[in-house]
Design a protein around this ligand. Structure first.
Ligand SMILES: Cc1ncc(COP(=O)(O)O)c(C=O)c1O
Length: 394
């Protein structure tokens, strides 16, 4: 912590040590250059399906410009409940257990704030989505990352968690498929982690925002295991599955008393998610499956291509099971991930995110997003191969 003399005036102390997102910093550099091929973007390159946009337009045309219930439109909560009963076989009451939020981002923030007391330890796996550590720190909780590795496809096991748990641990955050690694758990991993959560009386926050973008395996939600609904906050949203990042819409499902606690914060800070986005989300859930499957097929082709091309270029890369990210190891060249990414950008005009943006254990890796069209992926991987060849000749 910086001492108060050098600290910027007025800023709360606990914010001072939180760095800006490494992705943001890197893309500030990228934005100063022309004609960059970006494998850095963490959002779909598709536009939201037309029928979904159309419903938002119709709703606006009909004058849907008001607040909604704090929990969100009941019709949308009912559709979410029906969807989850089918997909993960868990019933959530639309009246008391579902909260519609401003993206999964808000749901995550509410979940951690609603259950973390100052000093509580929160376990999560790293490399991970950039927000987890900072959100825990915002609540005066203690972030406890658990390192996952490429050797086992960035899985998380009970044994790894047992090494990190203490009497102060209260919460475990899971994100499978994972941003940035594309890693997933086996059903046995999920069962082991559930037993771990019960043994240590932990609450689990499971961020399943990439659950539909799974290519060969099947998503297995921890919330669906016996005894887990009671201790799980299930988060999901529309940004990735339906290419709706700009709508800012997501949801949380949890036992009524937890939903009520999260709703209290949401009510006083956000009030409700935007009504037009809720209308669009309803359309996506009711009729968006075909478009979602088409996008997934395109991601699958790109995943297969980028995985092969990166390995051929000399960047050892596990096959991502889900999401739209490859997380290859950079070749031994004496550079850090950041130096590698910056030099690649400088020499070949290709942008990838340094692995350290996702935690210190991301050192030695870069994140290559394949939410970019196939022609660009082909050209980018060609340039990466040329760049790596040049490195070897040094
Ligand atoms: C793992 C993960 N969780 C949550 C989010 C935030 O999603 P939303 O757009 O719903 O706020 C992202 C966005 O990249 C993500 O990768």
């Amino acid at each position: 912590m910086k001492d108060s003399k050098s600290a910027p005036k007025f800023i709360a102390k606990h914010l001072l040590d939180i760095p800006r997102s490494g992705i943001r910093d890197f893309f500030d550099i990228v934005s100063t250059r022309k004609d960059v091929i970006s494998l850095g973007i963490g959002e779909p390159d598709f536009v939201t399906p037309w029928h979904v946009r159309e419903q938002a337009i119709f709703a606006l045309d009909r004058g849907a410009t008001s607040y909604t219930s704090n929990l969100g439109l009941l019709e949308l909560r009912k559709a979410i409940s029906k969807h989850l009963s089918k997909e993960i076989k868990v019933h959530y009451s639309p009246e008391t257990e579902i909260l519609v939020t401003v993206g999964v981002s808000e749901a995550l923030d509410l979940a951690v704030r609603a259950i973390t007391n100052p000093g509580d330890e929160v376990l999560y796996h790293e490399p991970c989505y950039v927000s987890y550590g900072p959100i825990i720190t915002f609540t005066h909780g203690v972030p406890v990352p658990v390192t996952t590795t490429s050797e086992n496809g960035f899985r998380l096991t009970r044994r790894m968690l047992e090494e990190k748990v203490t009497s102060k641990t209260r919460v475990l955050i899971l994100n499978f498929p994972t941003n940035p690694t594309g890693g997933m758990l086996t059903p046995d991993d999920v069962r082991g982690i559930a037993k771990f959560a019960v043994k240590h009386d932990l609450l689990v926050i499971t961020d399943e925002i990439y659950d539909t973008l799974v290519y060969d395996k099947k998503q297995f939600s921890i919330a669906s295991l016996p005894g887990m609904k009671e201790r799980t906050i299930y988060l999901n949203g529309f940004s990735k599955a339906y290419a709706m990042t700009g709508f800012r819409i997501g949801y949380s499902c949890a036992p009524a008393h937890i939903t009520e606690a999260m709703m209290k914060i949401h009510q006083y800070t956000m009030l409700c998610a935007p009504i037009l986005s809720q209308k669009a989300a309803l359309e996506a859930l009711n009729h968006g499956n075909t478009a979602m499957l088409e996008m997934r097929e395109e991601y699958r082709k790109r995943r297969n291509f980028i995985h092969a091309a990166l390995n051929e270029a000399g960047l050892k890369c596990h096959l991502p099971d889900g999401a739209f990210y490859a997380f290859p190891k950079i070749p031994a060249c004496g550079m850090t991930s950041k130096e590698f990414a910056l030099t690649l950008l400088d020499k070949e005009n290709v942008a990838c995110v340094p692995g350290t943006a996702f935690g210190p254990c991301g050192e030695g890796f870069i994140r290559c997003s394949y939410s970019t069209n196939m022609d660009e992926i082909k050209e980018a991987t060609k340039r990466i191969a040329r760049f790596v060849k040049g490195l070897k000749r040094r």
